[in-house]
Design a protein around this ligand. Structure first.
Ligand SMILES: [Zn+2]
Ligand SMILES: [Zn+2]
Length: 133
């Protein structure tokens, strides 16, 4: 018994009726060529999706490398600010209080700053009276 040639509803090409299959994707009888084309298309889409997922996972890995869990841009900003503040205030704040004394001359009441490290001035800059510590 010879197969009857039937036109495929999907691609419009004539194919032997024995080649037709009910395809779940098209929801109708389609020729073998259409099924093959659909399967190829599906595998291309799948591999594209997989590549996309792989790239996303890789990017996430790179992001987390060397950083503690829960690290984000805000932490990084705060850390930078903290470091900046430390270097800015540390040298001046402490040494000034140790070295410099706000003194007033016992004779003329002239106010000046006395340096306990360099021991300067040795006498009142205004009247020249000896400094009494
Ligand atoms: Zn077809
Ligand atoms: Zn004085």
């Amino acid at each position: 018994m010879a197969a009857i040639s039937v036109n495929c509803k999907q691609c419009g090409r004539p194919s032997p009726s024995t080649d037709f299959v009910l395809d779940p994707y098209y929801g109708m009888m389609v020729c073998a060529a259409c099924v093959k084309a659909r399967k190829q298309q599906a595998s291309i889409t799948q591999s594209r999706e997989k590549a996309k997922a792989d790239a996303a996972a890789h990017a996430l890995q790179e992001q987390q490398k060397g950083k503690p869990a829960g690290w984000d841009a805000e932490d990084e900003y705060l850390e930078k600010m903290g470091r900046f503040r430390k270097t800015e205030t540390a040298p001046t704040g402490e040494t000034q209080g140790k070295e410099k004394l706000n003194k007033t001359c016992h004779k003329c009441q002239y106010a000046y700053v006395y340096n306990t490290v360099t021991r300067f001035p040795r006498s009142c800059p205004y009247c020249g009276a000896q400094i009494v510590l």
